[in-house]
Ligand binder design. Structure first.
Ligand SMILES: [Zn+2]
Length: 711
């Protein structure tokens, strides 16, 4: 990565990333620790950067669009998963892993290998077509029926590009140590970048700039084909129009951003963060210490069942970050400063509007989400941690509940936490089947047609994702080690897969759901499988453990991320009046902890060693004001699940319709058939109550029944 960044073509590099496999729209981590989302070097970070580092509008639009052609929705490995992967590297596991199914890309993409010369021939043909496209239509979109013809040609180019590049990109993800393969991918992506920049980029800006009457006139031609088939695409292109600057200014920003500005500093911050090392005591004998990176440290903290170890890790983490705060503050000052200037120049209304426009969500919806989380969400969150504190006291003898215990496992289950691949498939199939035979069928097809790369083997990208690979996909990359969480990941990624399959019929330009709905099928799928497993859990202890784990996940996605957002807002507001010091950032962080989790002594007895944790949340640097998206996605699905739980009849059909619509419906319109109105005052608090509140009640009843807390 560093090499590519240093090259003079870093803008091209940046674009390449967008197609390169992953655009994690929500990157919904299954981790019980949200901090997972923020660890350095995560795929999310790298890819989200494609949005961040580009000036708004044209480039951003292009990136967004192109990324949609072959987007992958990615779930990072959780710390626990990684920890387990690390721990499970014994021979027995390796043998088991080699027997697990691999995806068969060649069969679906019809190439022999990434070195297949047919790929180069196709790229040559695409290049010729791209040149023709530009020569034929640039500056002429308003004449006659040029819009329909040009979009059709653009669509063809996109499909062809996706096939070649998606194949190479996926293939290289299972051979990361093969340098020749990585080189091959890099050179193809570079080629793609130059095609994009030289022959395709103009298209988005020109569509955005077309006069309304020209579009209306063309909508009436050809029996309305343009409107029926491509309206959503055209509207998406045009949404950024009010914020576009002149062609010359956009071009200057684009050219300049590769060499100057915040990007270099943000990258420096990210690189330094991944280089941080923390002195961890050797568990064998407390005498010696070893230097570990942050991922290992966090994994140790979240997986430890010993409160003393957890606190030590927290202390080491916080101390280690103190030394890093100046670098972090420099980067954050640059990001917030340039965000502020750009907002003014482009005319965005408030702090988050720029992000909201790219997420296609009205400001009001986001504001009301944040308010609901700060009120209803915080109440539920405190209630949850009081319960957790009580259970940990009974089961682990915990006297003082600290921040380090927040994600501790409630280790009371009696059932096995190990599943074979076949069992995992059966569990997901059963879960999906109960809800929707259609979804179950698509799931089974993915398994049977070798669209899933299962084992956790060396040289493979970590975590999990589902790539849409329009025209040939979908494909899932997993790192399956047999834990319950791995089963949930399969359910989640399969949800994305089913969503893609259902929406492909909208065409490559419109099949991808808006960011606000991109996680619908995945989180919903995970939820139905979770519910099915819960019903079949062998004991109340297992059930309680599972529900507590789920609540940890939800609170980390919802409340924690919104507390991050609140911190970000404080820093950005201060930045408008000048530089913000690291001390001021620490203060803002502490205030947010209290706002979202209560004063010390309220629920948490101590926030010791948490004052510098703001320094490692890389989202603040890479994608300003993105964090609320996690809460958004989780709660939209929570609301849907609430409707389903109350009234299962007829729900499946409506959900399949929603999924099939792909990107042709915004979230307000898509939620209408369910009787949900996201603009209503109570939408988010109802969702919180249905989603988190329901689970919390169940957990409380079980804990009482098992005498972990008083009646
Ligand atoms: Zn997902």
């Amino acid at each position: 990565m560093n090499g590519a960044r240093k090259s003079s073509s870093s803008r091209v590099y940046n674009k390449r990333r967008s197609l390169l496999t992953i655009v994690d729209v929500f990157n919904k981590s299954h981790g019980r620790d949200d901090d997972e989302n923020t660890t350095p070097g995560g795929v999310f970070k790298k890819n989200a950067k494609t949005f961040l580092t580009t000036p708004h509008s044209r480039r951003q639009k292009d990136l967004l669009l192109l990324s949609k052609r072959s987007t992958s929705i990615r779930t990072n490995a959780t710390q626990q998963q990684r920890d387990q992967q690390m721990l499970r590297k014994d021979e027995e596991e390796d043998v088991a892993a080699t027997k697990q199914p691999r995806w068969e890309l060649e069969r679906h993409f019809k190439f022999d290998s990434p070195n297949d010369s047919n790929i180069d021939r196709e790229m040559d043909a695409i290049e010729t077509k791209c040149k023709e496209f530009k020569a034929k239509y640039e500056g002429k979109l308003s004449s006659n029926a040029a819009l329909l013809e040009s979009i059709e040609m653009f669509e063809e180019i996109e499909i062809e590009l996706t096939r070649a590049l998606s194949y190479v990109s996926l293939a290289s993800d299972t051979r990361l140590e093969d340098m020749k393969m990585q080189q091959r991918k890099a050179s193809l992506m570079q080629r793609y970048g130059s095609l994009q920049g030289n022959f395709l980029q103009w298209f988005s800006l020109e569509i955005a700039n077309l006069e309304e009457e020209d579009i209306e006139k063309q909508y009436k031609m050809h029996d309305g084909k343009l409107k029926t088939k491509y309206k959503a695409f055209i509207e998406e292109e045009r949404r950024s129009k009010p914020y576009n600057l002149s062609k010359e200014v956009e071009r200057a920003l684009t050219v300049r951003s590769a060499f100057a500005g915040k990007r270099q500093v943000v990258e420096f911050y990210g690189n330094e963060l991944s280089r941080l090392r923390f002195p961890l005591k050797d568990s064998e004998n407390g005498e010696t210490t070893k230097e570990v990176n942050m991922e290992v440290l966090l994994a140790k903290m979240t997986s430890s069942k010993d409160t003393k170890t957890r606190r030590e890790c927290m202390n080491i983490l916080n101390e280690g970050l103190v030394k890093f705060e100046r670098t972090c503050a420099l980067s954050l000052n640059m990001v917030a400063g340039s965000w502020h200037i750009e907002n003014t120049e482009r005319g965005f209304k408030n702090l988050r509007s720029q992000r909201n426009v790219s997420n296609n969500v009205p400001d009001e919806a986001v504001d009301s989400l944040l308010l609901a989380v700060k009120t209803t969400g915080v109440d539920l969150c405190k209630k949850y941690y009081r319960l957790k504190k009580g259970i940990l006291k009974e089961t682990q003898g915990l006297e003082e509940f600290t921040w380090a215990d927040r994600n501790a496992t409630i280790d009371i289950g009696t059932g096995s936490d190990s599943y074979s691949w076949e069992q995992a498939v059966q569990i997901c199939k059963d879960g999906y089947e109960k809800f929707s035979p259609t979804m179950a069928k698509h799931f089974t097809d993915m398994v049977e047609n070798k669209r899933i790369d299962v084992p956790a083997v060396d040289g493979k990208r970590g975590g999990a994702y589902c790539s849409s690979s329009y025209g040939c996909g979908p494909f899932q990359l997993l790192n399956f080690t047999g834990t319950q969480r791995d089963v949930a990941t399969l359910a989640h990624e399969s949800g994305h897969g089913v969503h893609f399959i259902l929406s492909y019929k909208q065409g490559i330009l419109q099949y991808h759901p808006p960011l606000t709905l991109a996680e619908t099928a995945s989180i919903f799928g995970e939820m139905i499988v979770f519910r099915d497993l819960l019903e079949r859990a062998p004991s109340d202890q297992d059930r309680l453990q599972m529900i507590m784990c789920k609540c940890d996940d939800i609170i980390n996605s919802v409340v924690r991320q919104c507390s991050f957002d609140a911190f970000e807002a404080k820093v950005h507001e201060k930045r408008q009046n000048g530089q913000v010091t690291p001390e001021e950032m620490t203060e803002a962080w502490k205030e947010c902890m209290v706002d979202y989790y209560g004063e010390e002594g309220d629920v948490y007895d101590s926030y010791k060693d948490t004052s510098h944790l703001w320094a490692y949340v890389s989202h603040f640097h890479n994608v300003p004001f993105y964090v609320y998206s996690y809460a958004f996605a989780d709660l939209v699905v929570g609301a849907l699940y609430g409707v389903y739980a109350k009234q299962p009849e007829g729900f499946e059909e409506k959900l399949l319709d929603l999924l099939s619509a792909g990107g042709t419906k915004g979230f307000v319109e898509a939620l209408e058939p369910f009787g949900l109105d996201p603009s209503s005052d109570t939408f988010w608090s109802d969702a919180l109550t249905a989603h988190l509140g329901g689970l919390l009640d169940e957990a409380e009843q079980l804990a009482k029944k098992l005498n972990y807390v008083s009646q």
